[in-house]
Ligand binder design. Structure first.
Ligand code: ASP
Length: 291
């Protein structure tokens, strides 16, 4: 990645972190904080969510998102939506204003209309960079993996607020070149997203098929809650052992009820940013921190 591009990614992470932290700093909820952070990333064309999402094989954008409130175990998710600017806000509306947890496709959009959501045209999501990536996949260009393209960019946030409430949110365009209505782990509660005040909050990115099979986010929370693991050990076991055994590439960001943060990945890099109250932000891309 060019230095200029890296600077842009870092700026995008920093802006999203600031959006979430502003909520927490003024005594707001972790739920609002993760929503604001993910909206900022969905609006940023660099990331694989909202504007800038990857394309399906037939050249469309199908978006997935989910959110969970660790205080109540309420959750909301949408998948395969094509006309919603900020899918995370729709997932949150499903959680707060419907009798359901998980809505798909046109039904999710009917619900969005009933809640007064604004609809955008498909061109809103389009970016030239993502289109070029699709063309390279379609052309079968060697060395270009749909996974690597995609998970350089799925977005998520986890937070703990001043009242001890945890929340997690994740949003994605899924995997480049996906077809047949494929849905990954991102909107699947327990796979891509989970939050429980009794343990931790987790948001995942990576090869969704394996993350679903390993129930990644819930497994990490369960290891903390029932297995006596620290957060970092639970994250390490799932990302470096369970997922690796399945050949699942990717990683997670997580925070526990004490505010301990763990961000681990078994891939080359993972864009990530964190901030604790009273401390400066930390932003990293690769395994080793670079200035
Ligand atoms: N996990 C997402 C999916 O499988 C993609 C990603 O994180 O790269 O849809």
């Amino acid at each position: 990645m060019s230095a200029e591009r890296e600077t842009d990614y870092r700026a995008g992470l920093s802006a999203a972190l600031a959006a979430g932290f502003a909520v927490l700093g003024s005594g707001g909820s972790s739920l609002d904080a993760v929503t604001r952070a993910v909206v900022a990333l969905e609006d940023n064309p660099l990331f694989n969510a909202g504007h800038g999402a990857v394309f399906t094989l037939d050249g469309r954008n199908e978006l997935d998102a989910s959110i969970m409130n660790g205080a109540t175990l309420e959750a909301g998710a949408v998948c395969g939506v094509t006309r919603i600017r900020n899918p995370i806000e729709l997932a949150r509306a499903v959680m707060e204003h419907s009798d359901y947890v998980f809505l798909s496709g046109s039904g999710a959009e009917d619900f969005a209309a009933s809640r007064g959501f604004e609809f955008v045209g498909s061109d809103y999501f389009h970016t030239a960079a993502r289109w070029r990536q699709l063309e390279r996949i379609r052309d079968g260009e060697g060395g270009v993996s749909p996974l690597t393209i995609s998970h350089v960019g799925t977005v998520g946030a986890v937070a703990l607020d001043s009242q001890g409430r945890l929340a997690a949110a994740t949003s994605t365009g899924g995997m480049t070149g996906k077809r047949f209505g494929r849905i990954g782990d991102t909107p699947v509660i327990g796979a891509g997203t989970y939050a429980d005040d009794r343990s931790c909050a987790v948001s995942a990115t990576g090869h969704g098929e394996m993350f679903i099979r390993a129930a990644v986010a819930h497994d990490i929370c369960a290891r903390v809650r029932f297995g006596g693991r620290t957060l970092s050990r639970a994250v390490h076991e799932v990302v470096m052992e369970e997922l690796r055994t399945l050949g699942g590439e990717g990683g997670v960001i997580a925070i526990d009820r004490e505010g301990r943060i763990a961000m681990e990945f078994n891939s080359e890099g993972m864009f990530r940013a964190s901030r604790l109250s009273g401390e400066h932000e930390k932003i990293d891309i690769y395994r080793e921190s670079r200035p």
